[in-house]
Ligand binder design. Structure first.
Ligand code: UN1
Length: 505
């Protein structure tokens, strides 16, 4: 599929064939204009069933290839992602509304993950473990688990699928993937890449569709591991359902109510820069975006004044234009959700400092009147741990300023007082405060003097508490898609047991 939208209805990629199925059609929309980009077929239980069947039958031959041979298919895709960087970055921006540097970064992050996973094929896998018996050798060997179901979100429509699939495939699993219903065009292009790479039939399968197709994947007993990145609501459902079944594994990475601590020792330029990036990049629609800024009373007024100035000024507009900082929200329903959270903050006592939720007509670029526009919403509120607006994820450019007094321990206490624990940052020039945050912030990703967005692929990406139960990415994803065999071999003539156990018979 090229960068141009077409009239055709695009189907699923199952067993090396493009199939249509009999599901209803749905459209991919450009959230900056409201225009239809392309039409797709909605996956049904029958499509998922067909994909799982071929994925299961392709598994034995695929697992018997060497790691390095499996990785070769991924290297082809790596080169294609690089060669088509500009074009694909533009597709990402058109389909999910992220400004163009972010659209391109999504593609870059994808090839970084492919590079990491495929490069890993030439690294040692497993461990040699000493035995207490001189004549024995013990090893830990990894084996693929079988069929991996991958369910990915719209906000990183190219990178996150590769977080899941590059690792699952190199490790010897076969894959059934459902792209987000908001970004099927990216799904189509990725499936075409696997087809072009000549991956054996049935090893990679893509079924377009909505939550019902996702549930058909996660509910099926042929699926050995589910990798999920997306909302906490769906992730917990999958975690409970799949994780509770013997022999099945789920690694889910969900949202956050991420916070940044700005202490009395903070450099203000860094603080404002990091907070703006964290709160408004991707229009606040990253699972790592920050919705809470926890600021020491000594620097509160200065930070507030500077943060508000920049939040008033950041450019919201055409995501394809080079000087745009924020594109639109993903869809009309999501604009309503953001509105509800802005209203909720007001009801809970917020003093609103910046309200650009409804953009001025003059801010909306020509030809973009049908876009799902929202701008920054910044408020201050007296801190109380149970306020809903400080505990629930809005997933938009909606951010609270919270003033604290006392030491960094108090700031971290406020920082940790949400059910989530994905990402967080501290801004301070005092290394003791930084170290305190590193050791006590309840998050999977912690940053010092940086935004809390922008993780690199070789780091474990996942959260604690309500943010996740596993790492569907990088090194830790290998744990979710492999089984370990502890292999012990006797090199002596006699059997000798460990723990002094008698071997006499
Ligand atoms: C997400 O927020 O949904 O760390 C994923 C980051 C990106 C991935 C974000 N590498 O901001």
């Amino acid at each position: 599929m090229s960068q141009q939208a077409t009239e055709q209805v695009h189907g699923h990629y199952i067993g090396g064939e493009w199939t249509d199925g009999d599901g209803a059609t749905f459209e991919s929309e450009n959230p900056a204009t409201g225009e239809t980009l392309a039409t797709f077929r909605r996956g049904t239980g029958a499509d998922v069933d067909a994909a799982l069947e071929v994925a299961e039958s392709a598994f034995p031959a695929w697992r018997n290839l060497s790691y390095i041979d499996r990785a070769e298919y991924l290297w082809d895709i790596y080169h294609e992602l690089r060669d088509r960087h500009e074009e694909l970055g533009e597709v990402v921006t058109k389909e999910c509304g992220k400004e163009i540097s972010e659209g391109k970064a999504d593609v870059t992050e994808a090839w970084h993950m492919v590079e990491w996973a495929a490069g890993n094929a030439r690294h040692p896998h497993g461990d040699v473990v000493p035995s207490e018996v001189a004549g024995k050798d013990s090893y830990m060997r990894r084996k693929p688990r079988g069929v991996v179901g991958c369910i990915t979100p719209w906000n990183f429509p190219v990178a996150i699928p590769f977080w899941h699939m590059a690792i699952a495939l190199v490790e010897g699993n076969t894959v059934v993937w459902k792209p987000a219903e908001q970004t099927p065009w990216c799904g189509q292009i990725i499936a075409e890449m696997f087809e072009d790479a000549g991956i054996p039939d049935g090893v990679f399968n893509m079924v377009q569709g909505f939550g019902d197709a996702g549930a058909a994947i996660t509910d099926d007993e042929r699926v050995d591991t589910v990798l999920f990145t997306g909302s906490a609501e769906v992730g917990h459902e999958i975690g409970d359902k799949v994780g509770g079944e013997p022999g099945k594994l789920a690694a889910c990475e969900m949202g956050g109510k991420n916070g940044i601590v700005i202490t009395e020792e903070a450099d203000m330029d860094t603080a404002v820069h990091a907070a703006i990036m964290s709160s408004f990049k991707t229009t606040g629609q990253r699972c790592v975006s920050s919705e809470r800024l926890i600021v020491h009373e000594d620097v509160y007024d200065e930070f507030k004044a500077r943060f508000v100035d920049v939040a008033e000024a950041v450019a919201v507009g055409d995501p394809l234009a080079a000087d745009t900082f924020m594109g639109p929200a993903i869809e009309a329903d999501h604009v309503e959700k953001i509105r509800e959270y802005n209203d909720l903050a007001r009801e809970e006592g917020a003093d609103v400092l910046v309200d650009r939720f409804e953009l001025e007509d003059s801010e909306i670029p020509d030809g973009h009147e049908g876009g799902h526009w929202v701008g920054p919403f910044v408020y201050e509120i007296d801190y109380e741990p149970d306020l809903r607006c400080l505990n629930e994820e809005c997933f938009g450019p909606h951010v609270a300023l919270l003033e604290y007094s006392g030491d960094v321990e108090r700031a971290v206490e406020i920082h940790n007082a949400t059910p989530y624990g994905l990402a967080g940052a501290i801004i301070s020039e005092d290394y003791r405060q930084l170290n305190y945050f590193r050791d006590h912030a309840e998050v999977g990703l912690a940053y010092a003097n940086l935004p809390c967005i922008g993780a690199e692929v070789q780091l474990p990406f996942g959260g604690v508490k309500k943010s996740g139960n596993g790492y569907p990415s990088a090194r830790e994803a290998i744990e979710a898609v492999t089984e370990r065999t502890a292999w012990t071999m006797n090199n002596a003539d006699e059997i000798e047991m460990a723990q002094g156990l008698s071997a006499d018979i």
